[in-house]
Write a protein that binds this ligand. Structure first.
Ligand code: CA
Length: 243
């Protein structure tokens, strides 16, 4: 079924150009010429995406965005006539997902529309798979792909890590820490974040716990634990998994 896009624009020529091009690209297009009718049509049609001009008579685009954001999750692409940083900041504050400054090419607009819809689809799929996973108990983990970093392999389905094909003797916390680091490889992670995600809020221990476990992990996964290349220390932050 074609994805439904609501175009909110008071300038007739642009409104028609937009809807014409959207339909040509295979989308279903709905139009509104002012803020108040935009709200009505959005509520009635439940579009998959909303293209929203900032400068509208009566209720402006920011106000419309603020109201719709509370009611629906469809991505909102805002259009403005000014290359004004303020507009962009306000737009993002009221919940717009993306921004396009007039004049723009139809090609650029279509690229943004496509990207926003793709993102929504991915989020929906992820949510659906999470729900499925919860229902099937750990189904999500079972379906998760193995993480491979040369001779180090982490298999979430089996809840084990292998080095050179042999299972590593990891304690549950060490495994959880390794999996968390590996899932976020190449990203610097603070000790606080690691502590919260791996040990949880209720855990009373301090961030030293993280350091101790990292040291233990290094003993098991580094070629030379005193010169770590897999779990590297990020000065005054925490750690980064290089894989
Ligand atoms: Ca306008």
């Amino acid at each position: 079924m074609a994805e439904k896009i609501l175009v909110v624009e008071d300038e007739l020529a642009l409104r028609e150009t937009l809807s014409y091009n959207l339909i040509k690209q295979g989308y279903e297009a709905k139009v509104a010429a002012d803020g108040v009718s935009a709200l009505e049509i959005a509520r009635g049609e439940q579009p998959d995406l909303i293209i929203l001009d900032v400068m509208l008579p009566g209720l402006d685009g920011f106000e419309v965005c603020r109201i719709l954001r509370r009611e629906m999750s469809a991505p909102i692409l805002m259009l403005t006539a000014r290359a004004d940083e303020i507009d962009k900041v306000v737009g993002l504050e009221v919940g717009a997902d993306d921004y396009l400054t007039k004049p723009f090419s139809m090609r650029e607009l279509m690229a943004r529309v496509k990207a926003l819809l793709r993102r929504t689809r991915l989020i929906r799929e992820e949510m659906a798979s999470e729900l499925e996973g919860a229902a099937a108990q750990a189904g999500e983990e079972r379906s998760e792909r193995r993480l491979e970093f040369s001779d180090l392999v982490i298999d979430p389905g089996r809840r084990e890590a292998l080095r050179a094909g042999k299972p590593l003797p990891l304690k549950p916390n060490e495994y959880d820490l390794l999996l968390f680091l590996a899932r976020h490889h190449r990203i610097a992670l603070s000790r606080e974040l690691i502590l919260e995600r791996v040990w949880g809020w209720e855990f009373g221990g301090g961030t030293r716990t993280v350091d101790v476990h990292v040291r233990w992990l290094r003993e098991k996964i580094e070629a030379d634990p005193s010169q770590p290349t897999r779990i590297v220390t990020v000065r005054s932050v925490g750690y980064r998994f290089e894989g």
